[in-house]
Design a protein around this ligand. Structure first.
Ligand code: PHE
Length: 447
């Protein structure tokens, strides 16, 4: 397929919304707070913000530039630019599929919380311990979470099969502002809870004594996960940008929005965690036990809970769509399959992985891989190894192999900002690779 016949997003606002739809998701609202809670709160936040600015943004610009320069999926893009780098594209597609394997499970949990909120008395239960129990019971159930995960996979499939423009743009357009308003209201509520200030301190006041080399790896891994970079998703999305879409403005706005949502999620979660006496290092269950504690504290709990989890479901959906799309676009364009067949293959594989990941938290708890459940190993392997590695190689590619002029043209098609461009190139060529290498070397014992 060439640039002319390929589908495109309607314009810049669409480009921002769709790319932000991919970025904003469970990574911001589920993964970020639990990692911050496990890694010292404020110190994690500071390292995360630095990682976003120095590595995340330059990488998003780089991926966008590869996408707009080639108008191809991640594998096809590297094939068009320099064949030797095709494996990097493959690793990206594989990362998308593996992430979907556990992401669908968590997305399924949000769907269950949305659906049961109006009908369950649990929503108004003020005892935080009861929410912990309810979550643990649900996750360990042998079939319910599995069905939800597969249901989520099928919903993603439907939207993908409907096509790029119709499906993806519509979903992203109205969800983002609503999610943001809901987060602001909940953050205010949470901060006003008795003892909420303690949580605010934990989240905003850095305590670097808790920082270890692993904290850096987790923070950069989370930055990539949250921005959907290091795996070619943004290459694929940028390949659909309409001619004239500003790559710089889009990357900047998406990064800002994504970071804002993560910080807002922290402001919602931590005050409530401290107010309810929940352990901040509770891990993946953190959000699912904290949010119900907030809702049980406010009037119209069931309504709030339903609306908020609905928004989470939508945020997760626009992210699962983007991962699915990058694998589907690869199969469609590189294997010459029809979109439907390509999408079916991706759905089948990711749903299978999701079933295994979900079961690994219940009846399959005993089967460990390097001391981790299958669910946790998918998360660890992708976010802490594959994405940082993909990011490192992408920096090296863009810094040293990608045609300098072509790169510049994507970012500055009709203006020339030599100073800004020089800073960006320095970040991509020197700062990003060296920092990522150092983090890898420092964590060698853990990998
Ligand atoms: N960025 C998404 C989130 O924060 C997850 C994601 C990762 C989406 C990688 C696409 C690619 O939830």
């Amino acid at each position: 397929m060439n640039g002319e016949t390929r589908a495109t997003f309607a314009g810049r606002i669409s480009a921002v919304l769709v790319a932000a739809g991919s970025a904003v998701g469970l990574g911001n609202i589920w993964r970020f707070p639990y990692l911050a809670g496990e890694n010292g709160g404020g110190a994690f936040l500071v390292i995360y913000l630095v990682a976003i600015l120095l590595i995340g943004l330059p990488l998003m610009l780089s991926e966008f530039a590869i996408g707009t320069a080639t108008h191809r999926n991640a594998v096809g893009a590297f094939r068009a630019l320099d064949k030797r780098w095709v494996p990097l594209g493959y690793m990206g597609v594989l990362s998308s599929v593996l992430i979907l394997g556990f992401y669908l499970v968590v997305a399924g949990w949000t769907a269950e919380y949305m659906i049961h909120s109006p009908f369950s008395s649990q929503v108004t239960n003020p005892d935080p311990q009861s929410h912990v129990l309810a979550f643990e019971n649900f996750v360990a159930n042998p079939w319910k979470p599995v069905l939800y995960a597969v249901g989520f996979g099928l919903a993603t499939h439907l939207i993908i099969a409907l096509g790029v423009q119709k499906g993806i743009e519509r979903a992203a357009k109205w969800m983002m502002p609503l999610l943001f308003v809901a987060l602001v209201v909940l953050a205010v509520n949470s901060i006003l809870m008795p003892g909420g200030m303690e949580g605010l301190k934990f989240f905003l006041k850095p305590d670097f004594s808790k920082v270890t080399p692993a904290t850096f790896l987790m923070a950069v891994g989370q930055a990539f996960f949250s921005l959907s970079i290091g795996l070619g998703t943004m290459i694929t999305y940028a390949s659909y940008f309409k001619k004239g879409t500003s790559v710089r403005a889009t990357a900047l706005q998406v990064t800002l929005l994504d970071t804002l949502v993560a910080v807002m999620a922290g402001l919602v979660i931590f005050p409530a965690v401290f107010s309810a006496g929940i352990e901040p290092g509770s891990g993946p269950s953190l959000v699912f036990i904290t949010l119900p504690s907030i809702f049980s504290n406010i009037s119209l709990s069931a309504l709030w809970s339903t609306i908020f989890f609905l928004l989470l479901v939508l945020a997760a959906l626009t992210s699962t769509i983007s991962m699915h799309e990058s694998a589907t676009a690869y199969l469609e364009e590189e294997w010459n399959l029809s979109r439907c067949v390509a999408a079916r293959m991706v759905t089948l594989i990711t749903c299978l992985l999701a079933v295994l990941a979900s079961l690994s938290l219940g009846m399959g708890k005993e089967c460990m891989i390097f001391g981790l459940t299958f669910f946790d190993s998918l998360d660890y392997l992708t976010a802490n190894i594959m994405l940082p590695l993909g990011a490192l190689l992408t920096c090296i590619f863009v810094g040293y192999r990608f045609d300098k002029k072509l790169f510049e043209q994507q970012l500055y098609p009709d203006c020339c900002r030599k100073g800004e461009y020089a800073v960006l190139r320095f970040l991509v060529k020197v700062i990003c690779p060296i920092t990522l290498l150092l983090i890898f070397v420092n964590n060698l014992g853990l990998l």
